[in-house]
Design a protein. Structure first.
Length: 355
């Protein structure tokens, strides 16, 4: 999975998001709950109404990309009945052209899968998105190259060709990890590769690209095409941001806090199951999305499951300094128009043990 989604599904939609505001409420509000009993109803009718179970609240979750192991906990929570236990009828959908952030902001989906970088930009544009859980505790993305390109350090980017999507953040991120090792980002040739994937692009006209190791890196290994992976977090602490995250809107939090709490309780159980049972969790994802390569899913899940929680006190936990460090870095480079109010961009309060 390439990181070009950063623009294609998020940045290009910011003005749409800002204009959309928070529209209809996908979580259903009181719809589906037991309605009040008319005063004229008989005692028997009242007792019957009170004993009838409430219908499950319909909830839509928009993914950020095609289904993969970043999303396993969602599929586990659905398959094993964790959402049903919380009174939720969850529908997991792909984002389409609009992107998950737009779907959440407009109210088309109650929850979405996003990333700290795109949500930071959205918040600066006045878009009322909020991150409610970190799916993976540390950034598992970085710059990758076939081993025959000899890229063992960020300094080795010099004289090589990078393939990306044309965002200023790409060069800024390269510079952030090249500077500490004495590299010069101006000596890197940058080209736009459009929709070409990593494997096509490195055979055609580039030396390295920005990927998530849990999917593209594992796929490279399975294909017998080994790569050198330089993780952003290993060279620049400010780039150890949360990607992906679960998002919702300020409107959803204000109007349906119990739905948000129930959704995260079940989702937390789903990801904890994936942490404890990676093989079984992978089987659930494969069953839900049979078009996926089973070998890739199993290998990816084995690698990624320990990364979901990693060194955090609990799955999903987010830290203010992580949000602030990344936003301050972007603002210092004039990639943001103003500082981010970091504590409004995320919350831990809906996690099962959140404060």
């Amino acid at each position: 999975m390439g990181v070009k989604k950063w623009l294609t599904l998020c940045l290009a939609c910011l003005f749409t998001l800002a204009a959309a505001g928070c529209g209809g409420n996908n979580s259903g509000g009181n719809a589906g709950g037991a309605q009040g009993t008319p005063a004229s109803a008989s005692p028997e009718a009242s007792a019957s109404a009170q004993s009838s179970p409430k219908a499950a609240v319909p909830v839509k979750v928009a993914l950020d990309w095609t289904p993969n192991t970043n999303h396993t906990g969602l599929y586990v929570a659905k398959e094993l009945g964790f959402y049903a236990e919380e009174g939720l009828n969850v529908d997991i959908v792909q984002p389409g052209a609009a992107g998950a952030d737009t779907m959440v902001t407009s109210g088309e989906a109650a929850f979405g899968v996003g990333a700290q970088d795109s949500l930071t930009l959205a918040r600066i544009q006045g878009v009322p998105l909020v991150s409610i859980a970190a799916i993976i505790q540390h950034n598992t993305s970085g710059f990758a190259a076939p081993v025959d390109r000899g890229i063992k350090s960020p300094k080795n980017f010099e004289g090589k060709t990078y393939g990306g999507w044309g965002s200023p953040v790409e060069e800024a991120s390269m510079k952030a990890i090249m500077d500490p090792v004495g590299g010069d980002v101006k000596k890197v040739k940058q080209v736009t590769i459009g929709e070409a994937d990593y494997f096509t692009a490195v055979k055609r006209d580039i030396d390295f690209a920005w990927i998530f190791y849990a999917w593209t890196g594992i796929e490279a290994k399975l294909r017998g095409e080994p790569l050198d992976m330089l993780y952003l977090k290993d060279y620049a602490p400010q780039l150890d941001y949360y990607t992906p995250v679960l998002t919702t809107s300020e409107k959803e939090i204000a109007e349906n806090p119990e739905v948000v709490k129930a959704f995260l309780k079940a989702t937390s159980k789903g990801y904890q199951y994936a942490i404890d049972h990676p093989k079984e969790a992978a089987d659930i994802l494969i069953k839900a999305v049979p078009d996926l390569d089973p070998k890739l899913v199993q290998a990816s899940q084995e690698w990624l499951s320990p990364k979901y929680k990693d060194d955090a006190a609990q799955w999903g936990e987010q830290k203010s300094e992580v949000w602030k460090n990344y936003a301050d870095w972007m603002y210092g480079l004039k990639l943001l128009d103003k500082p981010l109010e970091a504590d409004k961009a995320f919350t831990n309060e809906f996690l099962p043990d959140g404060q």
